[in-house]
Design a protein around this ligand. Structure first.
Ligand code: FES
Length: 572
């Protein structure tokens, strides 16, 4: 396979004089022989390893496997770190920093002598952040995901991150002791890898595979399985081929590829966070995609993967049942089969022979686990620009529901009052949370699946309609309306809702409506004052000034699109 174009890295390493001397000499201090830098594709390995990102803590080993593949194929690997986002530890929320990481990735790739890049992605935001940054440069790129951890165990039964929400409610309802909770904690995270359910990290791994940005089987191989390292090594050989064939992200990320990803996400019951990240990625690569597309292309796709939180199994089970290839195979009749993927083959060719080994985990389109899946986009006077709900994780009896609003001005107000015995709330009420959006919090945290009032939990109530401008963990569930746009802090109608307002949610009609006249809404808006805090320095100030609303992907407005891979100034 011949390389028909000059290598980008040759602008550094093929130079004579002082410049070439400096570029080569300082790399050689790492013990690199001269011939390694002569005419070989230089491949960056963009590593989000960090001990503060427990889901990605095995990435140094994964990088070694990638390097073996790159060397074997005749390239030369250079690993570099970028800011990492650990969902569990980082405050106030990892989402606040997704765009910052994407800037780090974009500038690191463009500024350096790289011909191709391997993105090592794992914990939730590390995947979209790295893909967004790489899209804004658009050189050959392949993704290697870290894989999910092994299924947790507690008292002889399988547990995963979605159970944390259940345990928490059990403790609040007095049905689980602190000692039992500590035992569950000890059995939750048994190995390397990210959350073991179809949460956001697994959804993102499935997203990159269905977009064609990785090799087949990337999504579901468990982190500790030796096959994960094999896939990493094969991805290393593949990226060298991609450079030689000049297969760039824009060749793979077509409008049709995005439509495929939306359909696959529906079939697996993927996270609502998929919406916001896919919109942001489309914005970077320059593919027109809007919120309504999420509903349009997932509308007729049923749930065919039985995974928590929409179903009952775990990522490990998905892999043993055939992995994402078996899901994609079942869906092929609904996909654009000609879309090219990282290995140069089409989706149709890659997945033509994949089969399900366990119909209880991956079934066919005729025998779905739930005929309702995907992401429903709601419109109405509460959310003029849209809001989302994941029907497969919601309660059927609440899909059409009218109730009185119980309004919390922000998450602190919610925490203060939710368990107050005097709170006027019953199971028909609708909990409304304001100021959890991109600007208001800031960073749009995963607080949308508000815990229910303790007095209702004690009555055995397990779900209520909840509405907010925030997000929900991909591991969460419930009849939860999220991503309300415009958010409260931007002066959306959400901001002027009051206790007792009558709200109707109608998922079938795609409607979220407050029984308020236009005149009443206008009167309340005229008297409205923002209550969020505007940061006065640093990245957070920049973020609050430039972040777009959720229905556009919550990217920074000046990061849309690409600056390409050319370095325009050369100071040596
Ligand atoms: Fe990292 Fe769940 S905390 S994927």
């Amino acid at each position: 396979m011949q390389q028909e174009h000059s290598l980008r890295s040759s602008h550094w390493f093929a130079r004579g004089g002082k410049d070439g001397f400096i570029y080569r000499a300082w790399l050689k201090k790492q013990g690199i022989p001269a011939y390694e830098l002569e005419g070989k594709p230089i491949i960056g390995i963009c590593n989000t390893w960090s001990e503060l990102t427990p889901c990605n803590s095995h990435f140094r080993e994964l990088a070694e496997a990638v390097k073996r593949g790159i060397l074997e194929a005749g390239g030369y690997p250079l690993e570099f770190p970028v800011m990492s986002l650990g969902e569990t530890l980082i405050k106030p929320t990892a989402m606040l920093y997704r765009n910052l990481v994407s800037m780090d990735v974009e500038e690191s790739i463009r500024a350096n002598p790289l011909d191709g890049v391997v993105l090592l992605c794992g914990c939730d935001k590390t995947t979209p952040a790295l893909v967004m940054g790489a899209c804004s440069v658009n050189i050959p790129t392949i993704v290697v995901s870290g894989g999910a951890m092994l299924t947790g165990r507690h008292k002889g039964r399988a547990i995963g991150t979605s159970d944390i929400w259940r345990f928490s409610e059990e403790v609040r309802a007095g049905r689980m002791t602190q000692e039992e909770l500590a035992l569950a904690e000890a059995g939750m995270c048994r190995s390397d890898g990210h959350c073991a359910v179809m949460g956001t990290a697994s959804t993102m791994a499935c997203m990159v595979e269905s977009l064609g940005l990785s090799l087949p089987q990337n999504a579901a191989i468990p982190a500790p399985d030796a096959a994960r390292k094999v896939l990493a090594q094969l991805s290393g050989t593949e990226i060298v081929k991609m450079v030689k064939e000049n297969r760039r992200l824009s060749d793979i990320l077509t409008r049709e590829a995005f439509e495929n990803a939306i359909r696959v996400n529906a079939a697996i019951g993927g996270s609502t966070n998929f919406v916001i990240h896919l919109l942001a990625i489309a914005g970077r690569i320059g593919v027109p995609l809007n919120l309504e597309d999420m509903d349009t292309f997932s509308a007729n796709i049923p749930l065919i993967a039985n995974l928590q939180p929409s179903g009952s199994h775990f990522m490990e089970d998905l892999y043993y049942a055939g992995g994402l290839p078996a899901v994609i195979n079942a869906l092929l009749g609904h996909l654009h089969k000609d879309c090219i993927t990282a290995n140069g083959k089409s989706i149709g060719a890659n997945y033509a022979h994949a089969v399900s080994y366990n119909p209880d985990v991956i079934t066919g389109m005729d025998t779905p686990f739930n005929p309702v899946s995907g992401i429903v986009v709601l419109k109405g006077n509460i959310c003029e620009n849209g809001a989302v709900i994941k029907p497969s994780a919601a309660s059927p009896h609440l899909m059409q529901h009218t109730g009185k609003a119980v309004v919390f001005e922000d998450i602190d107000d919610y925490k203060k009052r939710i368990d107050d015995p005097a709170l006027e709330v019953d199971e028909n009420s609708i909990l409304v949370l304001k100021n959890a959006g991109p600007i208001g919090y800031p960073g749009m945290p995963e607080v949308g699946n508000l815990g229910l009032p303790a007095k209702l939990l004690a009555k055995g109530i397990t779900d209520m309609v909840r509405i907010s401008d925030g997000r929900m963990s991909g591991t969460g569930f419930g009849t939860v309306v999220l991503h309300v746009s415009p958010e409260a802090a931007a002066g959306g109608t959400l901001a002027i809702l009051r206790d007792g307002d009558i709200i109707t949610l109608d998922v079938h009609e795609r409607r979220l409506h407050a029984a308020l006249s236009d005149a009443e809404i206008a009167k309340r808006k005229a008297a409205w004052q923002p209550v969020y805090t505007q940061s006065t320095r640093g990245y957070v100030q920049l973020y609050q000034q430039h972040v777009e609303q959720a229905h556009l992907g919550a990217d920074l407005d000046f990061l849309k699109g690409s600056s390409g891979s050319e370095v325009t100034r050369d100071s040596h």
